[in-house]
Design a protein around this ligand. Sequence first.
Ligand code: ACO
Length: 283
Amino acid sequence: MSSENLRSVKVEKENGITWVMLNRPEKRNAMSPQLHLEMDTTLAELETDPETSVVVVTGAEGNFSAGQDLKTFFRELENDPAGRKRAAEAANRWRWERLYMYDKPTIAMVHGYCVGGAFMQLLATDFAIAAEDATFCLSEVNWGILPGALVSKALVDTILPRHALYYACLGVPFDGKEAARIGLVNYAVPKARLREETAALAQKLMAKSPAVLRATKQAIRSVRTMDFGQAYDYLAAKGQAIKVADKEDSYHTGIRQFLDEKSYKPTYEPFRLKGAGKADKTK
Ligand code: ACO
C-alpha cells in the first residue's frame, strides 16, 4: 500500500522527521479496521525508509485519537470472527509489536482527545509530548469493558499502580499537565508550541548515533524483566554489539574530543555527528 492509496492515515516528511497521522478527523480519529491495516503497512515501510529518522505518531486536525471505533471495529465485527481477528491482529501489531521495539525513535504527539485504545500507541512510543489542554481518558470502564489488548499491562509498566488504578477504575478525564505529572507523557506544553517542541525533541534524537540510540532503547526496554545477573550479561553483550554496529564510532570520537581536543562536554551536548540528521543507513 503506497502512501498515495492511504485513506485513514496521512504521512508528511520533513527534514528526517516523518509525521504519521491517524486521519479520520470527522470521527475524532477513532480507529477503524481500515485505519489499523494502513498504519501497520505504513509503519513497516517507514522503518526502512531512508528519508525517515524519527517517527511522530499523532492525529490529524486536532485530536490524537478517540480510541477504537465502536461502530466499525466493535459492533460491525461482532458476527464476523475472521474480520475481527484480522483487524485485531493489525491493531495490536502496529500499536505494540512494531512501535515498542521500532528501529527508529518514536514520539507520540498528543493533542485533543486521547481515549481508550489510543493509549496503546501512546504507551508503545519511546517518548510522548502532550498539549497542556489535551484530554486523556481510560473510558473502558464506562463501556463495560476492560482496558484491553495490552493497555492495562503497558499502563502499569509506565506509571505507578496507584495512578493506573485511579484512572482505569474511575474512567475520568484528565489533562496534559496531569499526564505529565503521573509520568504518562514526558512533558506537556502549550498547544501553540506542541509541534515545534515535538520537532525539537526529534532534532535532539537525530543528533545521536542511530545505532547507539537504538541499542540504548532496546536495553532500557529489555532489562525491565531481567534479573541482575541476566542484565549484566545482556548489557555487556549489547555494549560489544554497539562497537560493531556504530558506524559513527561515537565512543572513540567522544573520547578524542574530550581528552585530546578538549572540545566536548558530554554532560551538556552531543558531539556533532558526521551527517547528523540524516537517516540511518547502517542497518
Ligand atoms: N468510535 C466510533 N465513533 C466515534 C468514536 C469512537 N470511539 N469517537 C467519536 N466518534 C464519532 C461520533 O460518533 C461522531 O460521529 P457522527 O458525526 O457520525 O455522529 C463523531 O465521531 C464526532 O463525535 P462527537 O461525540 O460528536 O464529538 P465531540 O467532540 O463532542 O466528543 C469525544 C468527542 C469526547 C471523543 C466523544 O466522541 C466520545 O466520548 N467518544 C468515545 C471515546 C471512547 O470512549 N473511546 C474508547 C472506545 S473503547 C476502546 O477504545 C477500547
